[in-house]
Design a protein around this ligand. Sequence first.
Ligand SMILES: Cc1cc2nc3c(=O)[nH]c(=O)nc-3n(C[C@H](O)[C@H](O)[C@H](O)COP(=O)(O)OP(=O)(O)OC[C@H]3O[C@@H](n4cnc5c(N)ncnc54)[C@H](O)[C@@H]3O)c2cc1C
Length: 457
Amino acid sequence: MNTCVVVGGGISGLTAAILLKKRFNSVYLIEQSENLGGLLACVRDNLGNSYDQGTHIPEKTGIAEIDEILFDDNDLVESWYALSPLKTGNYFAGEWDNTTQTIDASKLPRHIYQQGIGEFMTLVDSPDTTNIERYISTTLGPTFYQHLSKPIIHKLYGKEIDCNELAVRTGINYFGASRIKAFDKDTTKTLKQLPFFDHKLGFHSAAEYDELLESLGQDTTQYYYPKGELGAQTWVNNLAKKASQCGVKLVMSSHVVDIKSENKKITQVTLNDGSKLACDLIYWSAPPIFALKAANLEVPNVSLSFRTANLLHYTFNEKPLNDNAHYVWNWDPISPIFRITLYHNIRQNSCYQLTAEVLSSKEESEHITLEKGLADLKTLGLISDSARVLSSLKQTVHNTFPIPTHAFANVTQAQFEQLTNSFDNFILSGRFSGRCWLQNDVLKLAYQEINQFCAYA
Ligand SMILES: Cc1cc2nc3c(=O)[nH]c(=O)nc-3n(C[C@H](O)[C@H](O)[C@H](O)COP(=O)(O)OP(=O)(O)OC[C@H]3O[C@@H](n4cnc5c(N)ncnc54)[C@H](O)[C@@H]3O)c2cc1C
C-alpha cells in the first residue's frame, strides 16, 4: 500500500503511525501542536522537578506487536521500573486503606451500612443499565448509591450533573469504584464465586486479583514506568524517536484543511500550508469535527463536554506519609482531590514529589489552588504538618475527561457513522472517537482497527 496520513500525535496516533509504517510505503503524522504525546506529557517546575500530566503508568497490552513498540523487551530492565503488582490505596470516611483502591462500605455509619447491606444482598437480578444511577442502585443498592457512589460521581463530574443523564460506562467504572468492599476477606472471596456478587464486590488487594488470574491460567498485568527524569515524557520521546527511525514523516504545527474523495475513497488531503498529500488511508485520532469540516460533511450543532484537569504538583523536603503506594485514591468528599501520584514510590528515589488531581469545569478551575491542595493533603494525613514545599506548580489542562452523557454517546456515535459511512478508507480512533479513554484501550483499539482495515484492503 502507498500512503497513509495519521492525524493527531497522541499515544493513539504515534503508535498507529509506527504500526502503519510496516504496512504502508509512506506514513505522514500530522500534529497540530509543536509537541507529540497529546495528553501524555510531563511538566517541570521552576526548580526543574518534573511531574506527569496525570497518572500515567503504562501496562503491557498483551498484543506482542504493540508491546514490542511500546516497551522493547531488550530494553525492559535497563529502561523501565517494573511496578507489578501495582500498589494503590484509598482514603474514605476519615481513614486510609493501604491495601486496595476499593471503597469500604463498612466504614459508613452503622445504621447506614446495615440498611445498605440488606439491599445489597437481595439485589441479585440483572442490573438496570439505563444510566449510572439506575445501574448502581440496582447492583449496590439505593443506600450505597447515595452514600458511596453519588459523592464520587459528583467529585468526577461536578455537583450539578444530572446522574440520570450519565451512561453506565463512566469514570466510576473505569476507576474501579462500581465495586465495593462490604465484608471481611473470606466472605468476599466466597461471595465472589457467584457472578451477581462478583460484579459488585472488589478484591481486598491486588495480589488476590493476580491469584485469580493465575488460577485461570491467565497472565497477570505487567505495569512499568520509564526510568529517566522526564517520566511519561521519556516514553513519548522514545516513541517519537522510533516513529522517525522507521521512516514516519512527522509534520508538526499542522492540520488538515481539506479532504478530497472519489467514490467513497479518500484520494488526497490538503494541509494548512497548502501542501497536498496523496492518500490511501486516513487514521484520525484528533476531534472528528475537524475531519467533518475538512470533508465538507454536516457538522452537528452540539458541543461535547469535557472536564478540566487541575494538576497540583509539589516537591516536599520530606517523605509523604505513605511509603508504599504508587498512587492513591481519595473517595472521601472532604476534598475535591480524587487521586494522588506518589513519585518517590514509583521512581524509587529520594525526591519527594506528588501530583494531586482535581477535576472541575473550566470556570471552577481558577478557584483550585496549590494552597488549598496543600491544606487538603495535610487533612488527608498524606503530608505531615511539618513538611515544607520546596517547589510546586499548578497545571490546568482543559478538555480531558469526557462527561459521558447519553448526548455525548449519541453525538460521538453519529460522527463516527457519518465519517465511516462516507469513506471506505477512514479510521476514526483514539479517545476523541468516544469509543475509548484509558491508555490501554486506546492502544488496543488502534491495533484492532488497523488490522481490520488491512485485512480487507
Ligand atoms: C489528568 C489525566 C489523567 C489520566 N489518567 C489516566 C489513567 O489513570 N489511566 C489511563 O489509562 N488513562 C488516563 N488518562 C487518559 C489518557 O492519557 C488518554 O486517554 C490518552 O492519552 C489519549 O490518547 P489519544 O492519542 O487518543 O488522544 P490525545 O492524547 O488527546 O491526542 C490527540 C492529539 O491530536 C492532536 N490534535 C488535535 N486536533 C488536531 C488537529 N485538528 N489536527 C492535528 N492534530 C490534532 C492533539 O494536539 C493531540 O496531540 C489521563 C489523562 C489525563 C489528562
